[in-house]
Design a protein around this ligand. Structure first.
Ligand code: ADP
Ligand code: ASP
Ligand code: MG
Length: 480
């Protein structure tokens, strides 16, 4: 626990339960969630953070984009059907007064969204803020619906407007929370409810500026919200309930045989999340780490499955590679200049260009006369390249992917890099970096070959090892 947290401020019996979009996709899923919250209530004081129902955020943002391009009606039917789903589910699972309440909330939301879509068309300068306001309805409606469903399941739930808790800067679409405001406001909103044994239910992903203008934390940001809320209350645990049984050894959409990793350190989980494991938003680990709060990733469709627990220590067994992550849609920039030789200030000037354009650099490697780096957000690339040109020759390669092999064992085990590159020796590899945390080995490949690289690495690092292990067990070699 953080030393700055006085014991009286602690809510050691509080657990944050975050449910993702697929965990609240339909009535059956919501009913399972209600069961999980009820069960949690027996041993802890739960706080529930919920994402928009599956597909709703996409539809809201698509409607905003359609409105911006002058075709507000294009997305209307899909959006209306998704909004209507809230009322249908409430009709099945909520008490009659709860279902009526959801109908009222929904009616109001439809009207407000229609007005906002009109403003998107008419006020181009306000579009980023209006887009966040429109997107926020997904989480706000999901939280209202889940509150009604929980009340019907005899859980004393209370809807909380997350925008009163998460206070952020004004970077619409990717807002950064202000730590002390957020902590103070979250405690002020939630602690009195917890003290009365009520179960707060709030939408993830959304916040507001100090002036009360709605913001969002970036796609997939509900995990981050859950961690911020957990840290603000110094909770005992942050649980991320999703549609897979924990963090797996690789993206299951690419490697069907990927397996659950029982334990991870914060550093390992952060690297995996950062380099493409969508199961956790990359910023989720920091608030948990600051307060030393375990993060558990569980499957809401299979609650009995063990899942993954992320803690400071993880599992330090040497020799263990834990997982492989990958991220496509990467652009590599290579800046070459002999002016780098023996000069100071060159790198600072170079990175200031990225800072000015608020573009995050993921992987960096340098030689005497060149710097190679990767960016994911290519929006400002033309301007960045123009500003880099005076510094040297700039080469741009798009269509790349980052592959990242992660494990605390990389710190101590020799030979893993050789094994990795031998496995994919026929695939062109660039920008090799053993991250500063030394728990990851990261490199860049052509996007078209990324999936093949991940599959082959998984086979070599996990499946073959398992066969060896099974054989050893059968031969009695591992019997104590
Ligand atoms: P939620 O809606 O619950 O937030 P997400 O779709 O954001 O769920 O994240 C869960 C998904 O992340 C999984 O269904 C899986 O396809 C994907 N994923 C990618 N890499 C991994 C990984 N290493 N382990 C688990 N899931 C992963
Ligand atoms: N609903 C938001 C999204 O789709 C946030 C989240 O799911 O975490 O990005
Ligand atoms: Mg997610």
């Amino acid at each position: 626990m953080s030393e700055s947290t006085a014991p009286s401020d602690r809510h050691a019996d509080t657990t944050v339960l975050k449910f993702g979009g697929t965990s609240v996709a339909d009535a059956e899923a919501l009913q399972r969630v209600a069961g999980l919250v009820r069960r949690a209530q027996r041993s802890t004081r739960p706080i529930v953070v919920v994402s928009a129902l599956a597909g709703v955020t996409d539809a809201l943002l698509a409607a905003a984009d359609a409105a911006a391009s002058g075709d507000a009606e294009r997305m209307r039917p899909q959006l209306d059907a998704l909004l209507e789903r809230h009322a249908e589910i409430a009709g099945r699972l909520a008490r009659p007064e709860g279902a009526k309440g959801i109908r009222t909330v929904l009616g109001r939301a439809r009207g407000e969204i229609a007005v906002l879509l009109e403003r998107v068309a008419g006020e181009p300068a306000r579009r980023p803020a209006l887009r966040d306001e429109i997107a926020s309805y997904g989480e706000r409606l999901a939280a209202a619906l889940l509150t009604a469903v929980l009340l019907a399941a005899d859980v004393p739930a209370r809807y909380v407007d997350a925008r009163h808790c998460l206070i952020t800067d004004e970077a619409y679409g990717r807002a950064t929370p202000m730590p002390s405001d957020t902590e103070q406001r979250t405690r002020a909103e939630l602690a009195p409810l917890l003290d009365r044994r009520l179960v707060p239910v709030l939408g993830g992903y959304i916040g507001a500026t100090r002036r009360g203008v709605t913001t969002t934390l970036g796609r997939g940001g509900s995990d981050y919200s859950a961690a911020l809320v957990g840290a603000a209350l110094a909770a005992a645990e942050i649980q991320i309930w999703t549609d897979v049984s924990g963090v797996l050894t690789a993206d299951p959409r690419v490697v069907p045989g990927a397996r659950t990793i029982p334990t991870l350190s914060y550093a390992e989980a952060a690297e995996l999340a950062y380099f493409g494991a969508k199961v956790l938003h990359p910023k989720t680990l920091q608030p948990a780490m600051d307060r030393d709060i375990p993060v558990r990733i569980c499957n809401s469709h299979a609650p009995a499955d063990p899942g993954t627990v992320v803690t400071a220590r993880g599992d330090m067994r040497a020799g263990t590679v834990k997982a492989i992550a990958h991220k496509s849609g990467i652009t590599v920039l290579q800046i070459s200049s002999t002016r780098m030789l023996g000069a100071y200030g060159f790198l600072r000037g170079l990175f200031e260009v990225f800072e000015r354009h608020q573009t995050v650099v993921d992987v960096v490697t340098t030689s005497e006369v060149s710097v190679s780096l990767t960016v994911e957000d290519a929006v400002s690339l033309p301007a960045i390249v123009a500003e880099l040109r005076p510094l040297g020759t700039v080469a741009v390669e798009s269509g790349r992917a980052i592959v990242c092999v992660v494990g605390e064992g990389l710190r101590t085990t020799p030979g893993i890099a050789a094994r990795v590159f031998a496995t994919i020796s026929d695939i062109n590899v660039s920008l090799i970096s053993q991250g500063a945390s030394r728990v990851n080995l990261t490199f860049v490949v052509d996007e078209d070959r990324a999936q093949e690289a991940v599959l082959r690495l998984h086979e070599a690092l996990f499946e073959r090892e398992r066969v060896d292990l099974d054989e050893a067990t059968a031969a009695g070699e591992l019997t104590p």
